[in-house]
Design a protein around this ligand. Structure first.
Ligand SMILES: [Zn+2]
Length: 203
């Protein structure tokens, strides 16, 4: 039996769906979901079959949706971040703008020393060419480091901004929750629903 992970369209939670399932209840938000198949029978996606029109659930679904979005965002950043690192002495490290500007300064100064050799020593100043070459390499490293540092910073700012937006949204929803009297959190409600004694069929 094949099992694949599909996303609940209501709350964004991941569901393990086996290929013999047609309807299921989202394990997070309890929305009833229908499994849509492609022409060749492959499981494609989940559609909402029935929604519990309950205000409390709606608010909680929003909370779940945001929580799941935060988890997805964190996972995406954790996966993307290593691509933005640069090789360092003790393994990959964050690129540094301070190091970049330092290298550019040292590179320029080294090249300037080389130019000075050429100008003051005349024919004996050929050693200046080595200095200029070294200066260009060091400054080039600095430029590369600067580019990497800017790419890292841009991505980090985007991630931080989106994370803050989602956190604010979550705080907002939780504030709404807090005002609701008799609110049960997910674990509490699940416990209660799990313990509901349904009447026997012949009762
Ligand atoms: Zn769901």
């Amino acid at each position: 039996m094949k099992v694949i992970a599909l996303t609940c369209p209501q709350c964004g939670g991941s569901q393990d769906v086996s290929d013999n399932q047609h309807l299921l209840e989202c394990r997070y938000c309890r929305t009833i979901l229908r499994v849509e198949r492609s022409a060749n029978g492959e499981l494609e996606r989940l559609l909402i079959e029935a929604r519990l029109e309950n205000a409390e659930l709606t608010v909680e679904n929003r909370r779940l949706k945001i929580t799941n979005a935060i988890h997805r965002l964190d996972a995406a950043w954790a996966a993307h971040r290593p691509e933005l690192l640069v090789p360092g002495k003790k393994g990959p490290r964050e690129p540094s703008n301070v190091l970049a500007f330092g290298a550019m300064l040292v590179g320029l100064a080294t090249a300037a020393i080389g130019v000075n050799f050429l100008l003051t020593l005349g024919p004996d100043g050929f050693v200046g060419i080595a200095f200029i070459g070294m200066g260009v390499i060091i400054a080039g490293f600095g430029l590369g480091e600067r580019g990497a540092a800017n790419r890292y910073k841009d991505s980090k700012i985007k991630y931080d901004r989106r994370r803050r937006e989602l956190s604010d949204e979550l705080a907002n929803v939780e504030a709404v929750f807090g005002e609701r009297s008799g609110y049960e959190d997910t674990t509490m409600r699940k416990k209660r629903l799990d313990n509901v004694a349904y009447p026997a069929a012949d009762a």
